[in-house]
Design a protein around this ligand. Sequence first.
Ligand code: HEC
Length: 135
Amino acid sequence: MGMVERVREAFLLAPRADLPVWFERPICWPKLRRAAALALLAFSAASVASDLPKERQDALVHLLRHDCGSCHGMTLRGGLGPPLTPAALDGKAQAALEATILYGRAGTPMPPWQNMLSEAEVRWLVEALKSGSLQ
Ligand code: HEC
């Protein structure tokens, strides 16, 4: 028996006179639980993209300049890899760029980063690169 069921049963067995007035109305537990789950989901979805902690953002910028920069150039204007400037990325799909970073490009020197970076972090990186905030 789950926690919710146990609590509900305890309430139902309790003498009615002791129950608060709001309890007289039947509560739809599945609905309530679904609402709570949805609220939680909305909250976590909203906090992934641009709300990375400042320290993590700084670490990503460092990674970008040093690790990515070793191929794409310290200033991201290109080297062994193509430039990652806003102009160069303009018109390229966010999802395709995210996939390139996460999984790399087979048959090219572009390595996968999925073991080092989360999807949210890659999303943040691509958004930052496209917006020019890292230039
Ligand atoms: C060892 C060299 C190397 C490293 C390190 C590297 N890249 Fe690349 N990257 C490349 C090459 C080469 C390509 C082009 C692949 C091709 O020919 O399609 C590329 C392609 C890309 C593209 C696609 C660009 C476009 O115009 O479609 C993105 C975005 C990208 N890299 C981001 C990164 C990021 C972010 C990092 C660091 C986390 C990184 N790369 C690290 C070599 C590298």
